[in-house]
Design a protein around this ligand. Structure first.
Ligand SMILES: *[C@@H]1O[C@H](CO)[C@@H](O)[C@H](O)[C@H]1NC(C)=O
Ligand SMILES: *[C@@H]1O[C@H](CO)[C@@H](O)[C@H](O)[C@H]1NC(C)=O
Ligand SMILES: *[C@@H]1O[C@H](CO)[C@@H](O)[C@H](O)[C@H]1NC(C)=O
Ligand SMILES: *[C@@H]1O[C@H](CO)[C@@H](O)[C@H](O)[C@H]1NC(C)=O
Length: 409
C-alpha cells in the first residue's frame, strides 16, 4: 500500500531541488493517510467521541495514572485518519491512527501483534487513556517501518490486544506524533520515564535531520479515501502554496503539553475569541472553541443548536450570508471560508442530519475562555491548511493549499 513511486518521486524531488528549497530537508519520508468514516451503525458518533477526547485533553488525563476502572466510556472511532506502519522483521502491517494529540505508538487493537526476531519484550506494563478509549499492554521494542523500507530500530511500542484496548474497532492502534512529554506516566512502573517517539528515533538514528512532522489533509465528501500525506523530517512543497509561516509553541498550561499555539478568532469583523492558547490536533474531527466564543459565533451566524446531531445548524439562506472565520496566528490570518465552515452536505445523513440543512463544523469546547486551552483546531481546520509540527524549533507552521478556498463541502 506504499506506492514505491511516491517515495521515488520524493527522493527525485529532493535531489533536484534540495539546493534551492530549504523546505525540503534531507530524506523526508512520506506516508499516505487514509480517511475513513465508519457508518456501519447508520450514523457516526463523531461529536460524542470528539467531546470525550476534548475533555481528556483539557484535563491532561492521557496517562495510565488516570485509568480508573469502569470510568472510561467505549466510543468507537467514527472518523479515522490512518497510516500503514510496519512492525517487526519481516514486518506485519498495522493500520494506525495518525494522532498529533498523543505520543505513544502502539498496536494490537484488531490485528494481533506478531513477534519476530526483532521483538524484545521489556516486561513493562504500558497504557494510555484517551477519553474516548484506552489501551493497556506490554512495552516491546521492535523495528518499525515507515514508507518503503525506511526503518527505525528498537522503537518502543505498546502491544495491546482486542480485549485490552477499547474504542479502536477497525484500527490497530496509534502512531503517536505528539510531544515527548505526553509519554510521561504511560509506563506504569516508571511514571517519570518518557518514551522516545517515532519521530525522535528517526532523528536520533540519523534518518531525518530535524524533529519535524508535516501533515497534508484534503477535504472530501467520500466515506473512505486516501488523500492525506504525512512527511517526516521536512515538508512536501508539492502540497502547499507560498511559504510556511511559523508560530512559537505556547507557554500556557495545559496547551503546552500538546501542539499548543496562540491565536485569536474573528468572524467577519467581530472578534469572537481574543488572543489565547489552544492546540492543533489531527485526532479531533471538528473545531472546538471556548463557550463564550461559541455563543458569539452562534449568534453572529444565526445558527440553531440542533438537538439531533449536536451540531450548529443553519438554513441555506443563512449559509449564503455566512462570513469568513479568520484564525489569526502571529501576523498571519488563516481564512476558513463559509464552505470550510460547513460539514460536507453529502455526508449530512451520516451525522443524523437532514440533507436540506447545513451544519457547521465549529462546536463548543465546554468551558469559558481563559483556561489555557481555549480552542482545538481539529481535522476540519487542517484539511484546509498544510501543517508542520516542529519539535527542533519549538514551533507550528501553516500554509495555504489548493483546498483552502475549495467549495467541495
Ligand atoms: C449503534 O447506535 C445505537 C444508537 O446510537 C447505539 O445504542 C448502539 O450501541 C450502537 N451500536 C454499536 C455497536 O456501537
Ligand atoms: C464500525 O463501528 C462498529 C460499531 O459501531 C464496530 O463494531 C465496527 O467494528 C467498526 N468497523 C470498522 C471497519 O471500523
Ligand atoms: C500565549 O498566550 C498565553 C495565554 O494568554 C500567554 O501567557 C503567553 O505569553 C502567550 N505567548 C506565548 C508565546 O505563549
Ligand atoms: C496553489 O494555488 C493555485 C491557485 O489556487 C492552485 O491552482 C495550485 O494547485 C496550488 N498549489 C498547491 C501545491 O496547492
Amino acid at each position: 500500500m506504499f506506492p514505491a513511486v511516491s517515495l521515488l518521486t520524493t527522493l527525485l524531488l529532493t535531489l533536484s531541488i534540495a539546493a534551492s528549497l530549504v523546505e525540503i530537508r534531507n530524506s523526508p519520508i512520506t506516508l499516505p493517510i487514509a480517511r475513513k468514516l465508519n457508518v456501519s451503525n447508520g450514523t457516526i458518533n463523531l461529536l460524542e467521541r470528539d467531546k470525550a477526547r476534548v475533555a481528556a485533553i483539557k484535563d491532561r488525563s492521557f496517562s495510565t495514572l488516570n485509568r480508573r476502572a469502569g470510568s472510561i466510556p467505549l466510543i468507537n472511532e467514527a472518523v479515522t485518519y490512518i497510516a500503514q506502519v510496519g512492525v517487526g522483521s519481516p514486518a506485519t502491517t498495522y493500520n494506525l491512527v495518525v494522532d498529533t494529540g498523543s505520543s505513544n505508538t502502539w498496536v494490537g487493537a484488531t490485528t494481533a501483534y506478531v513477534q519476530t526476531k526483532t521483538s524484545v519484550n521489556t516486561g513493562q506494563p504500558v497504557g494510555v487513556s484517551y477519553g474516548s478509549g484506552y489501551f493497556f499492554g506490554t512495552e516491546y521494542t521492535d523495528t518499525v517501518t515507515l514508507g518503503s523500507g525506511l526503518t527505525i530500530t528498537s522503537q518502543s511500542i505498546g502491544v495491546s490486544t482486542p480485549s485490552t484496548a477499547s474504542g479502536f474497532s477497525g484500527v490497530d492502534g496509534i502512531l503517536g506524533l505528539g510531544p515527548l512529554v505526553l509519554t510521561e506516566g504511560t509506563l506504569e512502573d516508571e511514571p517519570t520515564t518518557m518514551i522516545p517517539t517515532v519521530t525522535q528515533n528517526l532523528h536520533s538514528q540519523g534518518t531525518i535531520s530535524e524533529i519535524v512532522v508535516s501533515v497534508s489533509f484534503e477535504p472530501t465528501t467520500s466515506l473512505t479515501v486516501t488523500n492525506g500525506e504525512l512527511t517526516f523530517g521536512g515538508t512536501d512543497a508539492t502540497k502547499y502554496n507560498g511559504s510556511i509561516a511559523y508560530t512559537p509553541l505556547t507557554t500556557a498550561n495545559p496547551a503546552l503539553y500538546y501542539w499548543g499555539i496562540n491565536e485569536s478568532i474573528t468572524y467577519g469583523t467581530t472578534t469572537i475569541l481574543s488572543a489565547t492558547a489552544g492546540i492543533v490536533d489531527t485526532g479531533t474531527t471538528l473545531i472546538y472553541i471556548a463557550t463564550d466564543a461559541f455563543d458569539k459565533y452562534q449568534s453572529a451566524t444565526g445558527a440553531t443548536l440542533d438537538g439531533t446531531t449536536g451540531f450548529l445548524r443553519i438554513t441555506s439562506t443563512q449559509y449564503s450570508a455566512l462570513k469568513n472565520l479568520d484564525f489569526n496566528v502571529g501576523s498571519n490570518t488563516y481564512v476558513l471560508t463559509p464552505n470550510g465552515q460547513i460539514w460536507p452536505r453529502a455526508l449530512n445523513i451520516y451525522i443524523g442530519g437532514s440533507s436540506s440543512s447545513v451544519y457547521l463544523v465549529v462546536n463548543d469546547i465546554g468551558t469559558t475562555s481563559g483556561q489555557g486551552l481555549d480552542f482545538i483546531n481539529g481535522y476540519t481546520f487542517l484539511e484546509r491548511f498544510y501543517s508542520v509540527f516542529d519539535t527542533t524549533n519549538s514551533r507550528v507552521g501553516f500554509a495555504t493549499t489548493k483546498y483552502t478556498y475549495a467549495t467541495t463541502n
